[in-house]
Structures are given as C-alpha cells and as structure tokens.
Write a protein that binds this ligand. Structure first.
Ligand SMILES: NC(=O)c1ccc[n+]([C@@H]2O[C@H](COP(=O)([O-])OP(=O)(O)OC[C@H]3O[C@@H](n4cnc5c(N)ncnc54)[C@H](OP(=O)(O)O)[C@@H]3O)[C@@H](O)[C@H]2O)c1
Length: 303
C-alpha cells in the first residue's frame, strides 16, 4: 500500500503522517515548501503545491499511491472571504486536479470538508442534510464536494468541525491551545457564547481518515468530537481542566466580534453513519484535553 498526504505540514497532515508510522505502508508526505515534520526515515517528503496541476500529475505518476489524503486547504475563513480567487484555486481547482490524477492512476482520494457548508439553523446535521453555506470558505468547500459527486475517481469526503491538537511548527493556532495560553498568562479574553460546535481532536479525524482508506469506504462521512457546546463553554472547559480563573473569560455575542465572514450558529454532526460504517469512536472533549496535556508534558521533557 502506498499513501500520499497533501498539506503534511498542517495539523491534520501531521497527525495522519504520525499515525501511519505504526502501519506497514509506504508514505509520501507532501506540502507547500520545505518539510516541517521530523525526518525519521519512516516516510519520503516531496514539496508539492497542489494549485499546480502539472506538479500534481508529476508527483502522483511518480509514486502511484493507492490512497491520497487531501488535507491541504485555505482554512482562514475570513481571508477566504476577501481572497476569493486564491481560495478557489486551493479549495476547489486543486481538488479537481487531484481527482483527475487519482482517476488516471486508480487511487482513492480522501478529501476533507467542513460543517461550514451548512447554515447552522438546524444542527446537528446528518450527511444528507441540505447545505447552505454562509461564507465563501463554506461555499468553496461545497464546490469541491460537488465536483467530486460527479467525478469518476474513487472518492470519500470527511466533513469535520473545529480541529484542535498539538503539533510542531504550525502556521496557525487552534482554539484549545490559544485559550490555554491566554488564560495561563492571565490575559482577559472575549469569547462568543452564541455559536455551537462539536470540536474535533485532530487524532480522531486522522484515525477516521485511515479507517476510510482501510475499509475502502466511499461517499460522505460526518466526523467530529462527540460533545456539542458553545465556544464559550469550550473555553470554560479548558479553564476548568487547568484550574485557570474563569473570570478572565468575558462572554460576548458574535455580532460584537464583527468578523468578515458569516458563521453558522449551531452545527454539530450526527455520527451514526461513521460509527456504523467505520467503527469510529471519538473521544469526549475532556478525554481530548487529557491527551493534549500528556503530549504537552512529553514535549516539555524533550526540550
Ligand atoms: N481547522 C479546522 O478547524 C477545520 C474545520 C473544518 C474543516 N477543516 C478542514 O480540514 C482540513 C485540514 O485542516 P487543518 O486545520 O489541518 O489545516 P492546516 O493546519 O491549515 O493545514 C493545511 C496545510 O496545507 C498547506 N498548504 C497551504 N497551501 C498549500 C498548497 N498550495 N499546496 C500544498 N499545501 C498547502 C499549509 O501550509 P502552511 O503550513 O505552510 O501554511 C498547511 O500546512 C482542511 O481541508 C480544512 O478545510 C478544518
């Protein structure tokens, strides 16, 4: 089995790469620019910008993977609102190049999408619910999905929600580590209490990606953590876990935050399909915090 990862420098990319080390597969990690994962001889690295169709063809034809995990994306929701052309080139056009190349070499394309394809009026959602994105990011991800629905390659789409986890040299932060850091430094923070999500431990999504490949499970799957909560409750849970002062957390409304892109009020996923088909079992939010704390302690010891 030969497996290729796009965006291997990102949060999910790093977690898939790390999990694949335990399995008997040849792994080609790819991302834009230089490798930011530890080099330990367990995988090969190729610099690959997935907006370049010729480069995708060259790399996929060279290694002929059986499975391609597409984790690369433009994930900054407000930037997508402003930079629509860039957003489309990475979140839509690149997916079409990958799908064409996967068809040519008979590879299984496992693509990641988002809860932001929904408007948040009727969460939690099942796979067949009708999408209605409020933001350009959500729209771009829905476009990428639609091009796969009609594509002849073997494809799976895993939709996920608010990813968090510990990883090296990430180009962006995630809510759990950001909140921990702010509260640890006794900074007052404004947190919205009128948007609800089911935050997802990156390891859980990586496991679902690998199960999808192993079981050759085609189609759409909803993959998230099992606890649906407001962003305010999420941050309070982080504070309580570490015994930080909850008075540092100031509740505000999403209107007050005045973000560029509109976000859905309440998403969350019904996980029946992914539990039944993949035997997927996510951690609770508190179990995830325990896992993260263990990883942070190990990192401290390694320094
Ligand atoms: N994060 C969330 O809360 C969330 C929620 C729902 C869905 N998702 C989806 O889940 C997937 C994984 O998200 P993530 O949080 O792991 O993303 P991430 O940490 O932003 O990782 C994406 C990686 O792709 C790389 N990349 C950027 N442009 C590229 C290009 N042109 N060619 C190749 N690689 C490129 C980035 O490189 P640099 O590191 O150099 O920038 C980054 O390492 C994405 O499809 C995202 O839309 C994420």
């Amino acid at each position: 089995m030969i497996v290729l990862i796009t965006g291997s420098n990102g949060l999910l990319g790093q977690k898939i790469l790390s999990r694949l080390r335990d399995l008997d597969v040849k792994v080609i990690a790819t991302s834009k620019g230089v490798n930011r994962n530890k080099e330990d001889g367990s995988y090969m690295y190729e610099s690959l910008d997935i907006t370049n169709k010729n480069e995708i063809n060259r790399v996929l034809n060279l290694y002929k993977p059986n499975v391609v995990f597409n984790t690369a994306a433009m994930t900054n929701v407000d930037l997508c609102e402003e930079e629509r052309f860039l957003c489309d080139s990475l979140n839509v056009d690149a997916v079409s190049y990958l799908a064409d190349s996967c068809l040519a070499i008979d590879a299984h394309l496992i693509h990641i999408s988002t809860d932001f394809i929904f408007d948040g009026d009727n969460g939690p959602y099942i796979e067949d619910d009708i999408p209605n994105p409020l933001s350009y990011y959500g729209e771009s991800k829905l476009k990428s999905e639609k091009l796969l629905y009609n594509h002849k390659c073997k494809w799976s789409i895993l939709r996920t929600i608010v990813l968090f986890g510990v990883a090296d040299n990430l180009s962006k932060n995630n809510i759990v580590l950001w909140a921990k850091n702010q509260l640890e430094n006794l900074n007052k923070i404004n947190i919205i209490d009128d948007e609800y999500r089911a935050p997802t431990l990156a390891e859980d999504l990586a496991e679902a990606c690998i199960l999808t490949a192993q079981k050759k499970a085609y189609g759409i799957f909803h993959v998230s953590g099992k606890d649906l909560m407001s962003i305010y409750d999420l941050v309070v849970a982080v504070a309580n876990f570490y015994n930080f002062d909850v008075n540092l957390i100031n509740r505000i409304s999403s209107k007050e935050l005045n973000q560029k892109a509109k976000r859905p009020t309440k998403t969350g996923f019904i996980l029946d399909k992914v539990k039944r088909v993949l035997n997927f079992s996510p951690h609770s939010f508190n179990e995830s915090l325990e896992i993260i704390e263990r990883q942070l302690k190990i990192k401290k010891l390694e320094k």
